[in-house]
Design a protein around this ligand. Sequence first.
Ligand code: HEC
Length: 445
Amino acid sequence: MVVGLLLLAAGVSIVAGPAPVRAQEVTFTRDIAPILQRSCVRCHRPDSIAPMSLITYDDVRPWARAIRDKTSRPDDDPERMPPWFIEKNVGIQKFKDDISLTPDEVVRIGAWVDGGAPRGDPTEMPKYELAGGGWTIGEPDLIVSSPSMTLPATAPDYYGRIGPSPTGLTADRYVKAVEFREIRHQAADVERKSGDLNYFVVHHAVVGATAGAADGEPQPGQRGENFFVVWELGQNATIYPDSLGVKLAAGSALNFDLHTHSIGTEATFTIDVAFKLHTEGFVPKYTNNTMFDSLTYDLDIPGNKETVISALYPMTRAGMVLSFEPHLHSSGRRMCVEALHPSGYQETINCAGYNHNWVKVYYYEDDVVPLLPRGTILKVTAWYDNTAANPRVIDPRNWKGWGSRSIDDMFFLNSRVVWLTDEEYEEEVAARVATAGAPTQNDDN
Ligand code: HEC
């Protein structure tokens, strides 16, 4: 095609080179099914959370136009599919288990739909198998279930603890990855619509392991070496780097500190926690990890308006930032995090759209994890859309401030950090330079 264009530009009338790709040549079996199998069917399959299955051609065909609409929206559009809102034009772009579509894939889907959404050659259809029992981390080594709980149809948001649920471990183990699922037990499922805040009943669960049987009364999610995750609605799996030790001790149990939200119909649920574990005898390099305590309570979000709020968080220690996790509430629309280095250098680490049905956590690939020196100031900025244009805002006339209820608001960078000594920081930087190659003067050319 390029050849043809060049010839035309040169005034030559013969079009040479390969024939242009025509829209009807994009087929479901060859071009579209592989994309859906990678990025969609983890949710869009029977017995998962999405309203319809997107496995077979017959499943997908009626949704073709809706799929083109949902996949072609801007990166940060909260109604975009798949739910993954990292902006691709700024910041770090390598994440673990990234299910987002490349610009080329979005174009291919559009061309397929414009070409009449043909099936194509059935022999080209990739085989679909439900891997790992449907867990995105693969077949779990351990699944721990919370006790079940029933919420009445209408009630204020509930905050309290369920547990402990014993892990049953007889030796100390370290966690490689963890994934959560809200399991609902009512017979008939509630109707699930885009933009509906009643999609999940568990707004969040602070899930923490007790240090072991000798602990006595189980403590709330302990930070530090022991397993501790703030699991939030619609969240994807947490995949730790192999240098990090997150311990599940022998005889430990999980506690679930809940915030639940009644959804207009009685709902009984449990939370399943699936773990991938390192083999026994694993020796981690680092054993501390925590969340940034970057909460800002001074929120002033008027009704019927869009509002932008920024806050600064000085880092008193060096850190390795494992993830980007914006946590806002129903009027939240977008968050950016920037780093102001002690050298004066300033960089945008990431920006992402926000949808309070999908509180995503974006884990960096190990070789791009931001390494920040002591004295760095993080600048966090959040955008709120408290207008009728945001389907998650129940009544846009209301002013909002900080509050725990889903209909209040929050400002929270919930990213996970491993604190480093200055010596460890220097070591990590040296190792990064050794693998990535130091920039040379030639790079300026
Ligand atoms: C993490 C789970 C998840 C993934 C991954 C996912 N979806 Fe969805 N999808 C949902 C859920 C849940 C809904 C309904 C609620 C909503 O829109 O948020 C939905 C809704 C949709 C809708 C709108 C349906 C309607 O009623 O109008 C379309 C179209 C869609 N998804 C297509 C896709 C495509 C295409 C992909 C992959 C490129 C994808 N989804 C990936 C969970 C997911």
